[in-house]
Design a protein around this ligand. Structure first.
Ligand SMILES: C[S@@+](CC[C@H](N)C(=O)[O-])C[C@H]1O[C@@H](n2cnc3c(N)ncnc32)[C@H](O)[C@@H]1O
Length: 460
């Protein structure tokens, strides 16, 4: 085995991009080496910075032979900031990497031998799409700063504008920072547990232009400052909702227990297709409004061919999928564990004139609330968080012999793991991926799963 030693430099050939956005090299007979900011097909000079039994991590010194898809990143802090991982590759190449990552997950983790051919639906303009930003606040040389944390650290990287945030979010962020500078409010310092300002959270209605600001503080802002902050609503036309959130804990969690409305409306509004959605500081709403419409249209297309009895929107967030389906289907139940999301879901039903007999929302875990007995023609749409499906839910589905499932996933590795668990009973009938997160390594996949006919079953 090649000795790969920490501190030494090697010439490495990059084979592929893995989930997480790093490049992978496989030196002959050596451990696999991971490193950032490289691309498949490149030869690079790199220094080993970490060595474990079967893997090593390296830092890039120099690209010796560049890949054709390498481009100069648009963002001046791309190489320092942890927010994007793929800005150094053309957008077409990013979509190809994402497809390869999904396929490799299905093969290596899912142990699947076949799946339908699929595309990764990209954006026409893959910039300025994020309708939500969470910006830590700190100080440099006594001056208030904000930006993003550098990957794996709490060092704040400032930027002139973030290339993937919706522009109104960037503009409001500058003004909010100026406001707190003018009022001499100190940033919270996590080492000393002193100071006030922790994070600015900004959400935007991509289609409506409405903005919501949540100022996260260690201790409440003074009455005077709060009053002035209220005045922001009159100065900034698009800003229609301001909250203060008090987080007294020494924690990495951004938000404290409660968000208090300081001025304006309790929620902002956005549209996906013809449907109207409320957004609260803590309710779940997909961050890429444009691509979400594509994703939901794919779901509608899958559901239309099924003629389901009941539809369960499991892990429904603020009910967006259930509501999107409600003008064509009935008997829909949304389940989510977050109180704020379920409250938003109920408001969303009202905003769209949908009554409780068409869609009903239940607060609790999918493990507890998905009925023990499901009919064969019931359809369950899963859209779980990154960690994927609970084991008991997989078992329940298999035991009920449900004919069709739709699995929406933001993590190809846990999707593949869950498909493996389901694979003795279900096959992938159709699948598509949607690039909800251009410039980053993330990708959304949606699969229509059909129960295997008995002769196909190998058990379960
Ligand atoms: C990916 S989001 C759902 C997105 C939603 N379908 C949409 O399109 O807007 C995942 C949701 O799962 C919820 N969640 C996490 N664990 C849960 C559990 N065990 N049971 C129910 N909901 C859960 C979270 O609160 C979050 O809203």
């Amino acid at each position: 085995m090649v000795t790969v030693e920490v501190g030494r430099e090697y010439l490495l050939n990059i084979e592929k991009i893995v989930y997480g956005g790093e490049g992978l090299a496989r030196p002959e007979d050596g451990p696999v080496v991971f490193m950032e900011n490289v691309l498949p097909g490149e030869s690079v000079k790199a220094r080993i910075i970490e060595r474990k039994d079967s893997m090593a991590r390296a830092e890039l010194i120099e690209v010796v032979t560049e890949a054709d898809c390498r481009i100069i990143p648009d963002c001046p802090v791309f190489f320092e900031c942890g927010g994007c991982q793929l800005q150094h590759a053309s957008y077409q190449a990013q979509l190809e990497f994402k497809k390869a990552i999904i396929e490799e997950s299905l093969e290596r983790i899912g142990k699947l031998e076949q799946w339908p051919d699929f595309e990764v639906a990209g954006m026409d303009f893959p910039w300025y799409y994020r309708n939500k930003g969470q910006f830590p606040v700190g100080e440099r040389d006594g001056e208030l700063i904000t930006g993003f944390y550098k990957a794996g650290s709490h060092d704040i990287i400032e930027f002139p504008e973030c290339k993937i945030q919706h522009q109104p979010v960037n503009r409001l962020l500058d003004k909010v920072l100026d406001f707190f500078k003018e009022h001499n409010i100190k940033a919270y310092d996590e080492r000393t547990d002193q100071g006030t300002l922790r994070h600015f959270l900004i959400r935007s209605g991509y289609c409506t232009g409405q903005l919501q600001l949540t100022v996260v503080v260690r201790d409440s802002l003074s009455a005077d400052v709060l009053n002035e902050l209220k005045g922001f609503i009159d100065k900034e036309q698009a800003l229609v909702s301001i909250y203060q959130n008090i987080n007294t804990e020494k924690t990495n969690k951004i938000l404290g227990e409660t968000s208090e409305l300081i001025a304006g409306q309790a929620y902002i509004v956005d549209y996906i297709g013809r449907n109207k959605y409320s957004i609260y500081p803590e309710s779940f709403f997909q961050v890429n409004t444009v691509q979400t419409e594509k994703l939901y249209d794919i779901i509608v297309d899958y559901v239309e061919k099924l003629n389901p009895g009941k539809i369960y929107d499991a892990f429904c967030g603020s009910g967006a999928i259930a509501i999107y389906l409600a003008d064509r289907f009935e008997n829909i139940t949304g389940i989510d564990i977050s109180l704020e999301s379920i409250q938003a879901a109920r408001v969303n039903a009202e905003l769209n004139g949908i009554d409780g007999s068409t869609v009903d929302f239940q607060l609790g875990s999918v493990e507890d609330l998905l009925p023990e007995v499901l009919a064969a023609d019931d359809l369950v749409i899963f859209d779980p968080p990154r960690k994927g499906l609970p084991d008991e839910t997989v078992k329940l589905i298999k035991a009920n012999r449900v004919e069709s499932l739709i699995y929406v996933s933001c993590n190809p590795t846990t999707l593949a793991r869950d498909l493996k668990k389901l694979s003795d009973s279900y096959r992938i009938e159709k699948m598509t991926a949607v690039d909800m997160f251009p410039q980053t390594y993330h990708v959304e996949t949606v699969c229509l799963l059909e129960r295997k006919i008995e002769t196909e079953n190998t058990g379960g």
